[in-house]
Design a protein around this ligand. Structure first.
Ligand code: SIN
Length: 517
């Protein structure tokens, strides 16, 4: 067995993980572990940009109101205030690191507009390649002074006296490593990759959240999954994202007859909150109609949106017709590892940041372009905390006990179909009960084996996440933001206001039969 030691181990190489590593400076010895390549992350794919009240005419308060309105007041008010107040300073930090946000000819920033924002406040880079520009800038700094381990999957947290002291990882050849660290930071993203149509990197399937749950950390809000209205589709498959910024520049949603779809649906029309727009498109499509973005009014489309232009060209979608085929798909997950205002989970030594964490800033539906913002603001808070944390580990008794895997393994496609059918844009008690039953059955029969394959490990993680989504969505008997129940179609503030559904260790186990593990 291989052993690696560091002060801080960061799992995941998206913006929040890289930023945490960068901000820890030379005070801590940091290792970044990622199951893919350094660039394999949702952050890298982010098109829209970073929302922040940077300009004179804007204010943190206006950004705060937009954020909690989109989040249907399910947000944590304190962490949300921190997000919008500390955002502008962190944007300037990115500029210091070399991020070249797009500017007007007079040198002022260009500000884009996206859904549910009351004014244009989205900074972007390379037109619609913001994530790539931000990650590339940070990567240059981080790789100079940090060890980055690529192609290695974190498979189990190492606990000692109920405290986290590291993580076991396995590489592509099945080689096991014990990564010992005083602090472990999960920055491995959310779980949108568990839906058949999604905008995420294919590696984003909730692994880090399962790891934390298995170790006993609380996980919350798993029922809140944001479906982005405009994934680019070809032959029924998602082939990328069409940024909301395109609607911010004048595109509108239409059906195949050219009928505008958002006209009488919401005062903000095509720039209504994402959950509202996605539901409208979902219903139109359930009706058997196709959905498109009419881009004829977007000025200089190819120059403003080079990434989307490339995606269209690569997929043989002609832009000259001014009509891009789109459909809603899973994009961002609000649920995750329950953390406090600096990223501490309920287990000592274990932290989470970015989409893997639930800081409460997004409520029931994230406001557009607040995710990169969350990544940098909470990375800064976490780094400030970790810099002052004393190193903890003295002696560790390392013993590998193998891992629990499922005896009956579903295909990833089948699991995605179940979630899509029963825990998708519209949900019912009946469907969610069926999904719960499906996941319970799978989780009943498990066994612990010494040398599981990565596929076996990941399938159990995915089934566990599916179980958390289905059971949490079944429990929330109301509709709020991204969680829509046709049998409870209204928001129920009496029963549910500010209530989080949490999942804790072994909660799935009452369903296990005696023939189980
Ligand atoms: C987009 O560009 O539409 C996505 C940005 C985001 O998810 O906030």
């Amino acid at each position: 067995m291989n052993i690696r030691r560091s002060d801080v181990l960061v799992i995941g190489s998206g913006l929040s993980g890289l930023m945490t590593a960068q901000l820890l400076g030379l005070d801590k010895n940091v290792i970044i572990l990622t199951k893919g390549r350094l660039e394999t992350s949702n952050s890298y794919l982010a098109q829209g940009g970073i929302a922040a009240a940077v300009q004179e005419s804007d204010s943190w308060y206006s950004h705060f109101i937009d954020t909690i309105q989109a989040g249907r007041l399910h947000n944590n008010a304190e962490t949300t205030k921190a997000l919008v107040r500390e955002g502008p300073a962190m944007v300037h930090k990115l500029i210091e690191y070399g991020v070249d946000f797009d500017q007007e000819l007079d040198g002022h920033f260009q500000y884009g507009k996206e859904g549910a924002h009351s004014l244009s406040r989205i900074l972007h880079a390379g037109g619609d390649a913001t994530g790539k520009h931000v990650v590339e800038a940070l990567k240059r700094h981080v790789t100079e002074k940090r060890m980055v381990v690529e192609g290695e999957t974190a498979v189990e947290l190492i606990l000692q006296n109920n405290e986290c002291v590291g993580v076991w990882s396995i590489n592509g050849d099945g080689k096991l490593t014990a990564n010992i660290a005083s602090s472990v930071v999960i920055a491995s993203g959310g779980y949108s990759g568990l839906y058949p149509l999604h905008s995420n990197a294919s590696t984003i399937t909730g692994d880090g959240i399962s790891l934390a749950y298995d170790a006993g950390a609380l996980v919350s809000d798993m029922e809140f999954i944001q479906f982005h209205p405009t994934l680019l589709v070809k032959n029924g498959f998602g082939v990328g994202l069409v940024s909301e910024a395109v609607r911010g520049k004048g595109a509108i949603l239409i059906d195949e007859q050219g009928l505008p779809l958002m006209e009488n649906q919401h005062p903000m029309k095509d720039l209504a909150p994402r959950d509202v727009v996605s539901r409208v498109l979902y219903r139109v499509r359930q009706d058997g109609r196709e959905t498109f973005l009419d881009i004829r009014n977007v000025p200089d489309f190819q120059r403003n949106f080079p990434t989307i232009t490339r995606l269209c060209v690569e997929n043989g979608i002609p832009l000259e017709k001014g009509k891009i085929p789109v459909a809603p798909g899973a994009h961002f997950t609000m649920g995750g590892i329950d953390v406090d205002e600096v990223g501490r989970s309920t287990i000592k030594g274990l932290y989470a940041v970015g989409e893997a964490a639930n800081t409460g800033v997004h409520g029931a539906n994230r406001l557009a372009s607040n995710s990169l913002l969350e990544g940098i603001v909470f990375a800064n808070r976490l780094a400030d905390h970790l810099i002052n944390e004393p190193l903890r580990i003295a002696q560790i008794d390392l013993k590998w006990h193998g891992l629990e895997i499922l005896k009956q393994v579903p295909s990833h496609t089948q699991l995605c179909e179940v979630l899509n059918e029963y825990a998708g844009i519209e949900r019912t008690s009946e469907g969610l009960s069926q999904a719960t039953e499906y996941f319970n059955q799978l989780l009943q029969k498990t066994e612990r084996i010494e040398a599981p394959t990565l596929e076996q490990i990941q399938m159990r993680n995915q089934v566990l996440i599916g179980w958390m989504i289905a059971t949490s969505a079944l429990k929330r008997t109301e509709s709020r933001g991204s969680h829509f129940r046709t049998d409870f179609p209204t928001q129920d503030d009496v029963q549910w206001k500010q209530k989080r559904i949490k999942r804790g260790k072994f909660e799935h186990e009452p369903f296990k039969s005696s023939s189980g593990a």
